[in-house]
Design a protein around this ligand. Structure first.
Ligand code: MG
Length: 332
């Protein structure tokens, strides 16, 4: 069975799709009221974020657009130091999209939400004519409860801070590249797509020592260290030899002439924290399933001519530039 225009018409077919498929997998006490908006109490500092997902292909090694749309929004909330609680879910479906594929994607959304104890509180379904979309686009917004006493900001990085990452860079970008049949190379690299909430929660045990966190998605590690350097008025010095890159990702990057530091991640966090907490934080990361390959990759210093520099094995420094252009569209 395929999605028809009537599934977006707001009548019987829409109701059937929402009731059987969406509420069947994602139903909860708030969504099931089927009101025009979700109603809930939220008496705390709140983090609110949104993201749209247009990844191509919809299914890729290590995930699919459903898992990505939950993890992407959860991670933006998590790296702000908050606990994700509610999501909105908007589906823009192209006429003719296979219902079995939509079911797989909804199941995948349900699985991630279930594991993370996050509720889909509201949503929307639209159908566009064949040729006006590319299968499926998803938008998720999310809100989370900010932990007491936590105030993270990319403008809080101080000279002397140590920079950590929880594992291999570039896996999501390389997985999508491999899954794009037009690029004509085969790889078995899996996306690192994963929710970071529990890892972040452990790092924030000493929350007064943590200054900034950001998930290096589009633009990769290179973009994040530049953003931190610019916002904080410091220079982030990245030690090239310390950045964890898997052999497989390194080979793909060599083949295509791209830098693994510019490739997207969907389960990584870059953390800037006080030097005195760095060793302990590294230990905490490495004891978590999502941080086994964590590394200290650099430090912040007084602002020099550039927001970020790369130091090679001989100690020579080059500019670590903000990635330019778009060598890989529709990665997330
Ligand atoms: Mg982000």
């Amino acid at each position: 069975m395929k999605i028809r225009m009537a599934h977006g018409g707001g009548g019987k077919e829409t109701m059937a799709l929402v009731n059987d498929l969406i509420r069947g997998h994602l139903g909860n006490d708030i969504l099931d009221r089927m009101e025009d908006g979700a109603v809930f109490h939220h008496n705390c500092k709140t983090v609110f974020t949104t993201d749209s997902f247009v990844v191509k292909p919809l299914f890729f090694p290590g995930g699919d657009i459903g898992k990505l749309s939950v993890c992407g929004t959860i991670n933006d909330i998590s790296v702000m130091g908050a606990i994700p609680e509610y999501l909105s879910l908007s589906l823009i479906i192209e006429e003719g999209f296979p219902l079995t594929d939509l079911k797989r994607i909804i199941e995948s959304i349900a699985a991630e939400c279930g594991k993370e104890d996050v509720k889909v509180a509201c949503g929307d379904t639209k159908v566009v004519e064949k040729g006006s979309g590319d299968g499926l686009f998803i938008n998720t917004s999310g809100i989370g409860r900010l932990r007491d006493g936590v105030s993270l900001s990319i403008s809080n990085v101080e000279p002397g801070d140590v920079i950590l990452i929880n594992g291999f860079v570039g896996e999501h970008g390389a997985a999508i590249l491999g899954a794009r049949k037009e690029l004509n190379f085969v790889s078995d690299i899996e996306s690192d797509c994963a929710p970071l909430t529990s890892l972040v929660s452990k790092i924030l045990t000493n929350n007064h020592d943590v200054h900034a966190m950001r998930d290096p998605t589009r633009g990769g590690l290179a973009a994040v260290v530049n953003e931190m350097g610019l916002a904080s008025g410091v220079t982030i010095c990245v030690d090239e030899e310390k950045v964890p890159v898997s052999q497989k990702v390194a080979s793909v990057c060599d083949l295509l002439g791209i830098s693994p530091l510019e490739l997207a991640n969907e389960g990584k966090v870059v953390v800037a924290l006080r030097a005195g907490y760095a060793k302990e934080a590294l230990g905490i990361m490495r004891s978590h399933p999502l941080g086994k390959n964590a590394q200290i990759i650099g430090f912040a210093e007084e602002r020099g001519p550039f927001p970020s520099v790369l130091k090679n094995g001989l100690g020579a420094r080059t500019i670590l530039e903000m990635p330019r252009g778009e060598h890989l569209p529709r990665i997330c």
